[in-house]
Design a protein around this ligand. Structure first.
Ligand code: FA5
Length: 361
């Protein structure tokens, strides 16, 4: 490389270059590379120092040495740069590998989320409290007397067949009747009327049990019950309350309709439906019949309702001549499946994390 130049300094330059090239092969990271750079071409580096020897050379040798020095320095700089790129490239590759690691399940910091039923219950509580209702509770294991008899469903009444349930060993303290897993939240009506003086405005929410099991019926499910007892209360108040509730819960102005139906504890009794909030519309805002939720009917069946039967009022020591009242009840699980588009209600209770993860807080 330093052909035609023969003095000691020039040989030393060549020797330093060879030492550098050997050392470079051993360098594995950016720190070691920097050390090498300082060692050879830093201010006090071995190559840099040789430049100071130029003054000792004869004037006609200086030009050749200067050119040789610059050539060596440039070669060292280029080799350092090339090695630096290689080290950075390897570090980037390693970084990409680490990004993949980040996709691993991080079990330590995983926090749960609120179950869709709990979330729906909380939202129902919030809306009914705003409408002036107290939220009350009742036991899951109930006296048969409260679950059926005082609701005008005597032992031989066919309505009991529709709510076939689980009986619990042991005797109830009320009338020596049986203990049952409550089949609906309606016994909370009885407990409330026996425990408070009218006016009454309550909702009760909770778990209920029936001998059911299919895609839309679970043996354990959740209901909400509403009860209003006061002087001069009518069916119009019931409909207005249901309308207010549905509109507040779904956040838009939705109609409610009542259809005649039978429940032994209300008279008159009704099924109540709400206008479907999920129907797709055309550009003119007209609903299209292709809705998968209401199957094009534009109505969603919610539950039962009606004026509290005078026999129920009497059974709870409320004078039907002085007071009237209404009640309603519907399934919370159905509400949650509607809200979240869940095709099988039983998925809500399987405890499968892959299903529940679809409902983050
Ligand atoms: C009743 O349980 C009455 N207690 C409701 C009532 C209250 C009527 C007050 C009048 C006055 P029904 O059996 O229809 O009614 O049940 C009410 C709702 O519970 C149904 O509309 C449905 O949404 C839900 N439901 C009933 N059985 C199941 C089940 N096995 N799984 C899930 N949801 C159910």
């Amino acid at each position: 490389m330093l052909r035609g130049v023969s003095d000691d300094v020039t040989q030393a330059l060549g020797a330093e270059q060879q030492r550098f090239e050997a050392a470079l092969k051993e360098v594995g990271d950016a720190d070691a590379l920097y050390e090498l750079q300082v060692q050879y071409i830093g201010k006090k580096g071995s190559v840099s120092k040789l430049r100071g020897q130029m003054g000792k050379l004869a004037p006609e040798e200086r030009k050749a040495f200067g050119m040789a020095f610059n050539e060596v320095k440039k070669a060292i700089e280029a080799a350092l740069e090339e090695r630096k790129e290689a080290i950075l490239g390897a570090a980037r590759e390693a970084d990409l590998g680490r990004v993949e690691d980040l996709t691993m399940v991080d079990t330590l910091s995983a926090v749960g989320s609120i179950h869709p039923i709990t979330r729906t219950r909380r939202e129902l509580s919030r809306v009914f409290r705003k409408l002036g209702f107290d939220v009350v509770d009742g036991p899951h294991v109930e006296h048969e007397l409260y679950n059926f008899d005082k609701l005008n469903i005597p032992a031989d009444h066919p309505a009991r067949d529709m709510q076939d349930t689980f009986f619990v060993d042991g005797q109830s303290t009320k009338n020596d009747s049986n203990l049952v897993l409550r089949t609906h939240t309606s016994p909370v009506q009885i407990r409330t009327m026996l425990g408070r003086e009218p006016p009454i405005r309550i909702v009760a929410m909770g778990t209920v049990f029936r001998k059911d099991d299919d895609a839309t019926h679970s043996p354990m499910f959740h209901q909400i019950e509403g009860l209003c007892i006061d002087k001069g209360v009518t069916m119009a108040d019931l409909k207005a309350t249901l309308y207010r509730f549905v509109s507040a819960f779904f956040g838009s102005d939705l109609k409610v309709r009542l259809r005649p139906s039978f429940f032994p504890f209300v008279e008159p009794g009704a099924e109540f439906d709400m206008e479907c909030p999920f129907c797709p519309t055309n550009e003119a805002g007209e609903k299209l019949p292709s809705c998968s939720v209401c199957k094009g009917s534009c109505w969603i069946e919610l539950g039962g309702a009606g004026m509290v039967h005078p026999k129920v009022l009497q059974a709870c020591d409320v004078d039907p001549q002085e007071y009237t009242g209404w009640a309603f009840g519907f399934g919370i699980d159905r509400m949650a499946t509607l809200l979240h588009g869940v095709p099988d209600l039983r998925l809500l209770f399987d405890g499968d994390v892959r299903f529940l993860e679809q409902f983050p807080c």
